[in-house]
Write a protein that binds this ligand. Structure first.
Ligand code: URA
Length: 438
């Protein structure tokens, strides 16, 4: 097709593509009329030449319209909102934030993902609850959001098929690392979900997709301006992801930790920073959706955690999606193979490498190298310490767990040991929220 070649020439030479050109290209690719090699060529040209804000918005819009775009006006009267995280190690925040926002009066339709590589997926975590259906049809998704106020399920085939096809190509053609392509990929899915308010948690650091603060700021800005260009309310927090979030890294153990975070009885000191981060992100959703000052939104979120309403919403969602939390308690008490690692010197824990921890959890069976791998719901790492804690020789640092067999535990333990840096000076406290972008 000559038009396709002209578009490729234009982008290769660094010119901005017109809205119609972008739309036609994505439509042709989605229908299978534009072959993978031409789409890959365009992705590479975009990687090398970039896109303007307007082109990125057009690409996002075209990808959003490649499938079904949900609307909520008829199903729910509450303002709709969702939070998206770019993914981190031990990131179970959605399990807390989405029900918390619903407890504050928002409707939260949350299409979520499965884990690949070192970042876990919310759907995999929820599926460790026996009976929980994380693959709802769109009709059931609508029903749970309207009845309970929150639903978390994986994105169906009907949503943004162009992104699914394009992401598979980007993965094998070296074209993942492009801010316009990442923006269009993330945002097209979130816009198709139909929520009126979008809050982004853009992680930055060793265990994150964006390694530097500058890259994270750039992506956050791009996501927020793209969401606003599409008529949504939006903000982003750039948050630190050098050490795992919380103490649990895995699947069932992260659901257990999320239940602790949701518990009205208060949490132990090690979990306070991530509970505060949950409140901060939920407060962004509430403040934007209900036009409340952020301080008031924070207080509302804190109150809904402390009076048990957020936990109640989580339980209602689990029941509505077929899950059984009593059976989940029995899952947690199943026997597992364990390997505990201890400090070999005394001092302060000054770093816990999130990326290495993620790799260890993956090797134990908590994640997937490829989409067809099966996960071990009980595999993972339970940290005994957080950054800043004082330890002496023999203090427990972490326990590695898996349920299938003991193979690989010792090797994984040797790797995990290297994730800890113990130094003589107490490290400075570092805030998890680096900045807010709106
Ligand atoms: N996550 C996505 O959904 N898409 C990207 O391109 C990168 C991260």
């Amino acid at each position: 097709m000559t038009a396709v070649k002209l578009i490729l020439d234009k982008k290769r030479e660094g010119h901005a593509l017109g809205s119609a050109e972008i739309r036609q290209f994505i439509e042709g690719f989605t229908r299978g009329e534009i072959p993978d090699y031409q789409m890959s060529a365009l992705a590479m040209a975009i990687c090398c030449r970039g896109m303007t804000v307007r082109e990125t918005a057009d690409l996002t819009d075209a990808m959003m319209r490649s499938g079904e775009v949900l609307e909520w006006q008829e199903a729910v009267s509450a303002p709709t909102a969702d939070k998206h995280s770019t993914g981190g190690v031990g990131d179970k925040l959605s399990l807390v934030i989405q029900p918390l926002a619903a407890a504050c009066g928002l409707a939260v339709p949350s299409l979520t993902g499965r884990g690949l590589g070192i970042t876990g997926g919310t759907a995999d975590k929820l599926e460790t609850i026996p009976g929980y259906n994380a693959s709802l049809s769109l009709d059931d998704f609508r029903r749970v959001v309207s009845e309970v106020g929150v639903s978390m399920t994986v994105q169906t085939e009907e949503i943004t098929p162009a992104d699914k096809k394009l992401y598979a190509l980007r993965d094998v053609t070296g074209t993942v690392a492009s801010i316009p392509l990442i923006t269009a990929s993330i945002l097209s899915k979130k816009l198709a979900e139909g929520a009126q308010t979008l809050v982004f948690d853009v992680k930055c650091g060793k265990g994150a997709f964006m390694k530097t603060r500058e890259e994270a700021q750039f992506l956050a800005q791009s996501l927020v301006s793209g969401a606003k260009a599409a008529g949504r309310k939006a903000s982003a927090l750039v948050t630190l992801m050098d050490a795992p979030l919380g103490l649990a890294v895995g699947n069932a153990c992260e659901v257990e930790e999320a239940l602790t975070l949701l518990s009205p009885n208060g949490v132990f000191a090690a979990l306070e920073p991530i509970r505060e981060l949950c409140i901060e992100l939920a407060a962004e959703m509430v403040s934007l959706s209900l036009d409340k000052p952020i301080d008031e939104a924070r207080e509302l979120c804190r109150a809904k955690l402390l009076d048990g309403s957020a936990l109640e919403k989580f339980k209602q969602m689990v029941v509505a999606q077929g899950g059984d939390l009593d059976a989940f308690s029995r899952v947690l008490s199943r026997p597992v193979f364990k390997y505990r690692i201890q400090a070999m010197r005394s001092g302060y824990v000054s770093a816990i490498d999130a990326e290495r921890t993620g790799r260890v959890a993956l090797a134990l069976g908590a994640g997937r190298e490829k989409t067809t791998d099966r996960i071990d719901p009980l595999a993972g790492v339970r940290l005994s310490v957080s950054v800043g804690d004082k330890v002496s020789v023999g203090s427990p640092l972490a326990t590695l767990e898996k349920s299938t067999d003991p193979d690989g535990l010792e090797k994984a333990a040797a790797e995990m040991f290297k994730a800890f840096v113990i130094s003589q000076e107490k490290p400075q406290d570092i805030a998890l929220v680096l900045e807010r972008i709106d």
